[in-house]
Design a protein around this ligand. Structure first.
Ligand SMILES: NC(=O)c1ccc[n+]([C@@H]2O[C@H](COP(=O)([O-])OP(=O)(O)OC[C@H]3O[C@@H](n4cnc5c(N)ncnc54)[C@H](OP(=O)(O)O)[C@@H]3O)[C@@H](O)[C@H]2O)c1
Length: 343
C-alpha cells in the first residue's frame, strides 16, 4: 500500500477524497491537512462532514495538520490536493520541490506548459510531461492536475467525436451547488433561482479542454485547434453537472456513429476507471443529475439527446462533479502515477 496524504481534507472535495481513499486497494490515508484553524483538531471535529455515509473510523480520530512540508511525514510520497487555488498556488510547488508527488484538483497551474493536465482515459500519455517538469524545475517530486469539473464532463464525449474532426464546440452548463464548495453559494441565492455566469469557469472550459485534447510530442503539449465557447450556470441541484453541447465537425457525423464512438470509447485499466466510461442513452430526456450521477460509482460520464445538426452533433452530457469531476479524477490520476512509476 502507498501511504498518501489529503491536502484540504476537511472541504467538500477533501471529504470525497477521504470517502474514496479509505477503502482504496492501493492507497492508505496517512496524513490529513487543512487550514491553521483546523490543525490540531481531530478530523471528526474539523470537518463539517456532509456526505451520506459515516466518517470512516480510520480517519475520524486522526489529527489534522497544517498544509506544509514540515507537518507532513516524509514517508507519504503521494498527496491529493483539494485546496483553494490561491492556497494551492502557494504550497503545491513547495511540496513538489520537497519531493512529494502532488495530484491536484485546484485550478492553479493547470495551463502551465510543464504541468500535465490529465484524464487517464483521454490523454494518459501527457503524464510524460513530468520528465520535462523535473528537468526544468529541478524537482524530485511532481505536480499533476485534473481539469475543472465542468470540463471533465464534456471532454470524454468530445474525445470520442474527435475522430470526425472536431472544429468548434459550444457548451452551456447547469452546474450543481456542490461545485462551489461548502461556502460557495448561500441558500438565499440559489433556492428558487438559477445563477448565470460562474466566475472563471467559462475560461477554464475553453482552455483546459483544448489542452486535454491536444497532442504531446515528448517535449510539450500543442493545444487542440478547436474553438471552444462556454456559458456556465449554477442551478439548485446538489451534485452532478448537466451540459448541453454543440460540436461542429469537419466530417459528417450521424447519431448512430456518434453513439457508437462514445459507447465504445475505452476506459483505462486502472481501479477507479469505469467500464463503460461513457453511458449513452437513447431516451431524449436523459441523462438527469438525480437519476444518473452515480453511474459507474460516480465515475462514468453519461450522454444523451444526440441529434445531428447542419454542422455536426448536438448532445447532452452529465458527470458527478465531486466524484468524476474532482476527487475521483484526482484518485484516478494517482493510480496512473503509480502505474507509470512516478512514485
Ligand atoms: N467542489 C467541486 O465540485 C470541485 C470540482 C473540481 C475542482 N474543485 C476545486 O477543488 C478545490 C477545493 O474545493 P472545495 O469545493 O472542496 O472547497 P472547500 O469546501 O471550501 O474546502 C477547502 C479546503 O481547503 C482548506 N483550506 C482553506 N484555506 C486554507 C489555507 N489557507 N491553508 C490550508 N488549507 C486551507 C480548508 O480547510 P478548513 O476546513 O480548515 O478551512 C478545506 O479543507 C478548489 O480549488 C476547487 O476549485 C472543486
Amino acid at each position: 500500500m502507498v501511504r498518501v496524504g489529503i491536502l484540504g481534507a476537511t472541504g467538500a472535495v477533501g471529504q470525497r477524497l477521504v470517502q474514496l481513499l479509505d477503502p482504496h486497494p492501493e492507497f492508505e490515508i496517512a496524513a490529513l491537512t487543512a487550514s491553521a484553524d483546523s490543525a490540531g483538531k481531530s478530523y471528526r471535529e474539523a470537518a463539517k462532514w456532509g456526505l451520506d455515509v459515516p466518517v470512516p473510523d480510520s480517519v475520524a480520530d486522526a489529527t489534522v495538520v497544517e498544509t506544509d512540508a514540515e507537518a507532513i511525514p516524509d514517508d507519504v510520497p503521494l498527496l491529493f490536493s483539494s485546496l483553494p487555488s490561491s492556497v494551492g498556488a502557494a504550497v503545491e510547488p513547495d511540496l513538489a520541490e520537497a519531493g512529494y508527488v502532488v495530484s491536484s484538483n485546484s485550478s492553479n497551474a493547470r495551463m502551465a506548459e510543464d504541468v500535465p493536465l490529465v484524464i487517464p482515459e483521454v490523454n494518459a500519455d501527457h503524464v510524460g510531461l513530468i520528465e520535462v517538469q523535473r528537468d526544468e524545475r529541478g524537482w524530485d517530486g511532481a505536480l499533476l492536475k485534473n481539469p475543472n469539473c465542468s470540463t471533465i464532463t464534456m471532454v470524454p464525449p468530445l474525445a470520442a467525436l474527435d475522430s470526425f474532426g472536431l472544429e468548434r464546440v459550444t457548451v452551456s452548463t447547469l452546474q450543481a451547488v456542490s461545485g462551489a464548495g461548502y461556502s460557495g453559494v448561500t441558500s438565499m441565492q440559489i433556492i428558487d433561482n438559477a445563477l448565470p455566469h460562474i466566475g472563471g469557469e467559462e475560461e477554464k472550459m475553453e482552455t483546459e479542454s483544448r489542452k486535454l485534447l491536444g497532442e504531446f510530442d515528448g517535449a510539450a503539449v500543442a493545444l487542440h485547434d478547436a474553438e471552444v465557447s462556454a456559458s456556465c450556470n449554477r442551478v439548485a441541484t446538489l451534485d452532478g453537472h448537466l451540459e448541453n453541447v454543440w460540436a461542429d465537425t469537419r466530417e459528417e457525423v450521424t447519431t448512430d456513429a456518434a453513439a457508437e464512438a462514445m459507447a465504445s470509447f475505452p476506459s483505462a485499466d486502472l481501479p477507479s476507471s469505469p467500464d463503460p466510461l461513457i453511458e449513452v442513452f437513447e431516451d431524449p430526456d436523459r441523462p438527469q443529475p438525480r437519476l444518473d450521477r452515480m453511474r459507474g460509482d460516480g465515475m462514468a460520464v453519461s450522454a444523451g439527446g444526440l441529434q445531428e445538426t447542419p454542422h455536426g452533433l448536438q448532445f447532452n452530457c452529465l458527470a458527478h462533479n465531486t466524484l468524476r469531476g474532482a476527487a475521483g479524477a484526482s484518485v484516478l490520476n494517482g493510480e496512473l502515477l503509480l502505474r507509470e512509476g512516478y512514485l
